[in-house]
Write a protein that binds this ligand. Sequence first.
Ligand code: P6P
Length: 335
Amino acid sequence: MQWKTKTLGEFIIENQAEFQYSTGELSKLINAIRLAAKVVNHEVNKAGLIDILGAAGETNVQGESQQKLDVLANEKFIQALENREIVCGIASEEETDFITVNSLDENHQNKYVVLIDPLDGSSNIDVNVSVGTIFSIYRRLTPSGSPVTLEDFLQPGINQVAAGYIIYGTSTMLVYTTGHGVNGFTLNPAIGTFYLSHPNMQFPDTGRIYSVNEGNYIHFPQGVKDYIKYCQMEEGDRPYTSRYIGSLVSDFHRNLIKGGIYMYPKSSLNSNGKLRLLYECNPMALLAEQAGGKASDGHRRILEIQPGELHERVPFFCGSPRMVEKAEEFMGRYP
Ligand code: P6P
């Protein structure tokens, strides 16, 4: 087997120049995420062995019961990002408000804000199914020298300077983009090093996998129902295969490699769907587009949506471009 020789560290250095305004800041940001990813990976992998499973007894701003690993992952990523002297603010699914990072920089010269879903798919933790971390990085809009404001976080996804995810699966991978394509790195746990294993990841133009929680079928808009029936119909390369893990990072990652569409539509139960725009849909949408895929709310490009609040939700359709277009076509019949 050809050993994957290029490490994440070497890759970052080689591509440093691609990161706008970079004075080594990309390295610091991705290194912070790399460190936290290794720590969380270690905890996730041993979760079954120590009493870290189960709810932490608290609920987060979403009203969801927090798993202990949620809390731990949130703490580890925030700690890693706070200690790097280039982040002025952090927003997290697990934090009601954004966190202002002063650290040693009393003059607030740090330029970047980071938004994270520290442990996506956490409902799968106790049943040993893959979970993931999602991150999104912007340059602040407000002037350096002043404390970060909500405006710095409420930016459209097209402004992201970097985005990615870590998937804690049968192997642990870091997949990210800085706007120059998508690259995947696999962790060798024996030595704690990420190796470039999936260079220049691309969505297949179309696919035969659709991912949606069909338990909500009767609550979906008619266009979504029609598209699901289209996927199931025997015609041409159909019926497609239904694969739904209940973990966005895992479903996205499989569809990125094999081709497919992930859908979390609005419904009569969730008028804006379930997924959060800022730290789930925007980073995954940037990755999707950078990998030749598409991401919309069924009608609008995700990356062009102007956020109104930190934890807002949007319907989400993402994956192989031809499949997203077909889903949008069905939904366009019911404006
Ligand atoms: P449902 C996990 O909670 C998550 O945010 C995504 O990772 C996942 O795809 C979705 O929600 C699952 O939601 O309602 O189908 O259980």
